[in-house]
Design a protein around this ligand. Structure first.
Ligand SMILES: [Zn+2]
Length: 116
């Protein structure tokens, strides 16, 4: 297997920043229960370009660069529960779930798994 260049890994990191929603296009692992259309959220991109994902079904199988295929979903629009501000939320993973911080008032609140 060929590992991607540093530049390619940097591109993958730009395409799949922490917190964005992704969907399975195809996973090569025959043992996974992930199926095309299953969704999750990016945790981080590893040194070989593998995108590590917290899938909604509970799996944390990574998408291997050049082997598996995933696609990024549009950012969800979130409305702040405190001030009503609407913004494109890319949440941060906290110990118990994914949280967004409102850019207006700074309050934190949990983001639904299936985006709003
Ligand atoms: Zn707010």
């Amino acid at each position: 297997m060929n590992f991607p260049s540093k530049e390619t890994v940097a591109t993958v990191r730009t395409q799949y920043p922490r917190g964005v929603r992704v969907e399975v296009v195809r996973m090569a692992d025959p043992h996974t229960r992930l199926r095309p259309g299953d969704r999750g959220r990016v945790m981080y991109v590893g040194g070989t370009g593998t995108v590590h994902i917290a899938w909604d079904c509970g799996s944390t199988l990574g998408a291997v660069y050049g082997v598996d295929a995933i696609r990024r979903l549009p950012e969800l629009q979130v409305q702040c529960l405190e001030c009503g501000n609407i913004f494109n939320g890319v949440p941060e993973l906290d110990v118990v779930g994914w949280y967004c911080a409102c850019p207006e008032c700074g309050s934190h609140f949990e983001v639904e798994k299936e985006g709003s």
